[in-house]
Unconditional design. Structure first.
Length: 395
């Protein structure tokens, strides 16, 4: 069922037009990090990230603080699309949902095939798709890609993000502090109370969200999850409940306010802080290490097999339809783009191998190589694919 014509697009959908530029900024930040890490500035780069400002190092402020804002935006997008967007009905959820599940399960299996031992803890690294890069590449192709595939990729990436959030909460949580968890639960109760009372001002939610972040940080659960929890409590005006809604409610205001700083500042800063791999001082064996191969092939092979294979199975079983005006070649190219796993994969790397720079470096090599090859192959396939695919109106 199509969304009402008067519905104002979410910030995520509006950003599709400028996604390419955000992806270029992120690519530039990652390239700069690699240059710095392999130059005489490398030691200073590392020392700066480990410099403490207050209770946390600069690296931790970026990964635990700034990225909490990134996860806040992710949570807002998940809630909006699930309640009032492309994921608001079960028929719309089946194809991207099953494809996203395949895109997490198969890469994890590929990784574990290379890492059955102590490094198995990194199984979730290749399970993530980078929404900024993937949608950035597809935006560069313009009208060569049918709009239905953009919607499919957007929905899949949102579900993928939700899966990554659940994985982080369940599998990458340190020892827990029950008093801090209890305090966090009280704050969440207060946030839900604000929502139920119909409070529309953002300030009370954000102030309680800051308290929630501190408590979650102290509790042992990763602090970025506070952003997702906060997002789920922000009120949303849906077009289903209020057909005349002007979309000026708290969730829309916050989503629109965060979109540009997250896409063009926070995520590039994260890339700059975490993509630097000192190749020059690394042994050649690292390029063929089990972690490197597991992550790289998990993204390049596991993602395309999982996303494309599961999607085709659902379509063949008549549980969902092929996206309108798209053929198998376009679906295959889109599945390849899902192998771009930059931001979330780097983030999970830090959680999977804390305090082990060598394993982190191997995982980063796999992420960079797998993402680069997946992106290039996906772009090439979508560019050369015939535009007169089945279902296209005759000219």
């Amino acid at each position: 069922m199509a969304a009402p014509s008067h519905a104002r697009p979410s910030a995520l959908r509006r950003f599709l037009e400028s996604q390419a530029s955000a992806g270029l900024v992120l690519m530039g930040a990652a390239a700069l990090a690699l240059v710095i890490a392999n130059s005489p500035l490398g030691p200073g780069y590392e020392a700066l990230l480990h410099t403490y400002v207050g209770p946390l190092s600069i690296g931790h402020w970026i990964n635990d603080g700034l990225m909490a804002v990134f996860f806040l935006l992710v949570g807002l997008e998940i809630k909006r699309e699930a309640l009032d967007g492309q994921l608001s009905t079960w028929p719309r959820r089946i194809l991207p949902g099953v494809a996203a599940a395949g895109g997490m399960i198969v890469p994890a299996m590929v990784y574990l095939a290379f890492n059955p031992g102590p490094t198995a803890h990194g199984w979730a690294i290749p399970a993530a798709t980078d929404i900024a890069f993937a949608l950035g590449v597809i935006s560069l192709l313009g009208r060569r890609v049918p709009a239905s595939l953009r919607v499919f990729l957007t929905a899949l990436a949102i579900i993928d993000d939700l899966g990554a959030v659940i994985i982080i909460a369940l599998f990458y949580t340190a020892q827990l502090s029950l008093p801090d968890l209890a305090g966090a639960a009280v704050v969440v109760g207060a946030l839900i109370g604000l929502n139920r009372l119909g409070v529309q001002r953002l300030r009370p939610y954000l102030l309680l969200g800051l308290v929630l972040w501190v408590l979650v940080l102290r509790s042992g659960v990763h602090a970025t999850l506070a952003g997702v929890i906060l997002a789920f409590t922000i009120p949303l005006q849906t077009t289903h409940a209020k057909p005349d809604a002007d979309h000026s409610g708290p969730l829309h205001r916050l989503e629109h306010a965060l979109y540009i700083p997250v896409g063009f500042l926070i995520v590039p800063i994260f890339g700059l802080a975490n993509a630097g791999v000192p190749f020059l001082g690394m042994p050649a064996e690292a390029l063929a290490a089990p972690v490197t191969l597991g992550v790289g092939l998990g993204l390049l092979v596991g993602k395309v097999v999982g996303v494309f294979g599961f999607a085709m199975l659902v379509i063949r079983l008549d549980l969902a339809d092929m996206p309108a005006y798209a053929g198998r070649l376009q679906m295959l190219g889109t599945a390849l783009l899902c192998g771009i796993g930059f931001t979330m994969s780097l983030f999970i790397t830090l959680l999977a191998f804390p305090g082990d720079p060598s394993l982190q470096a191997e995982a980063k090599i796999g992420i960079l190589a797998g993402s680069l090859v997946s992106g290039l192959l996906g772009y090439t396939l979508l560019r050369i694919a015939p535009q007169d695919w089945p279902g296209t109106p005759s000219r």
